[in-house]
Design a protein around this ligand. Sequence first.
Ligand SMILES: [Zn+2]
Length: 134
Amino acid sequence: MNFRYRIIQFMSGRYGPDETFFIVFAVSVVLSLVNIFLRSVILQLLIYTLMIYAIFRMFSRNIEQRRKENAWVTGKLGFFKRKGELHRQRRNDKFHVYKKCPSCKAILRLPRRVGVHRTVCPKCGREFTVKVRK
Ligand SMILES: [Zn+2]
C-alpha cells in the first residue's frame, strides 16, 4: 500500500480543508510572525490553539457541524465586505453626510451643507450638533 493511497483512505469521511481552515491557518501564521518580535507565551499558546483547531476541523468526521461553522465564518466575512462597500458609497456621496446619533447610534443621512448645524434624530428625538467640513 503506497503512502498516497493511505492518506486518501485516512481522509475519506473526514471534513478536509475549507475557507475557515485557510483563514485560521493564515491568522496563526501572521500571529507567529508577530510573535517573533513580541515573544509572548500567551500569544504562542493562542497560535498553537488555532493550529490545533484548524487541524482538528480538517480531520473531523462531524461534517455537518463543520459546514455550519464554515457558513458562519463566510457569512461574517460577507458582512465585513458589505460594510466596506457601504463605507465607500457614503464617502462618494457628494450631496449627503452620514452622522451617528450620539444617543441611539442611528446613522442619519443629512444634506451636505458646510458649517455647524443643529439636527434632531428622527429615531429618538435627541437634538445634537453636526459639523460639516468641506
Ligand atoms: Zn437618536
